[in-house]
Design a protein around this ligand. Structure first.
Ligand code: SF4
Ligand code: SF4
Length: 214
């Protein structure tokens, strides 16, 4: 399971770095390395790009796992170069950005957009399997998540647009509800599809969502 990210457009990063002439860059050795958005190679490429823009890169690091609590120790070890910078450009998912912002007084700027939590589905291919909605219906949908697999996120599908097993939003993709129907039929449980799912109760998990393990 990985936090899937995409690099922001160069002009967006440039715009966010306006007013900062000295920048420290931090990447992540876990998810962002695997997705090739914030590993060593990408951090070094970013350093070069920033230097071409006339910025002074005071230092860089690839933290083993930017979102965990070892990040603070890594930041302290590099305190000199960080203090020399006006801001930290973070090439990790938003969890790493958040972690760094809690242990640094300097402005922390994300270089990546966090898209979803994905599972690897073949080499270099990641797929969203769960949006952590807080009200799991997989037991009634034969293990297929309609929130993420259906383009409209329908809890009561299919919509009227499914066409020969393909989705009306993207004809290249299978209709999630057609697959749900097939799997429920195979399991002899197709009646589960007739059960109406009422509108999601967002109150179940008010934001910010949190839990405490006792
Ligand atoms: S219904 Fe889908 S999004 Fe919600 S918890 Fe289950 S798998 Fe995750
Ligand atoms: S065609 Fe299927 S997957 Fe596409 S939006 Fe309709 S129900 Fe969802």
């Amino acid at each position: 399971m990985k936090s899937i990210t995409r690099q922001k457009l160069p002009e967006e990063i440039e715009q966010q770095l306006q007013g900062f002439d000295r920048v420290y860059i931090a990447g992540c050795g876990t998810c962002a390395t695997m997705t090739r958005t914030g590993g060593r190679e990408e951090v070094l490429a970013m350093r070069e790009r920033l230097q071409q823009l006339g910025k002074l890169v005071t230092g860089w690091i690839v933290i083993p796992t930017a979102c965990d609590d070892m990040t603070q120790a890594a930041m302290e070890e590099n305190n000199g170069a960080i203090r020399n910078a006006g801001c930290i450009l973070v090439m990790s998912c938003a969890l790493g950005v958040h972690r760094m912002s809690t242990c640094l007084a300097r402005p922390v700027i994300p270089a990546l957009d966090t898209l979803f939590i994905g599972i690897e589905d073949g080499s270099g291919c990641f797929q969203e399997a769960c949006a952590q909605c807080g009200q799991c219906v997989l037991g009634e949908t034969a293990g297929i998540c309609p929130v993420t697999a259906c383009h409209k996120g329908l809890l009561n599908g299919p919509c009227g647009g499914t066409n020969q097993g393909k989705c009306e939003v993207d004809s290249e993709k299978d209709c999630a509800w057609t697959i749900i129907h097939q799997r429920l039929t195979d399991q002899g449980r197709v009646d589960a599809m007739r059960r109406y799912h009422s509108a999601r109760n967002y109150n179940i998990a008010p934001r910010p969502r949190m839990t405490r393990i006792v």
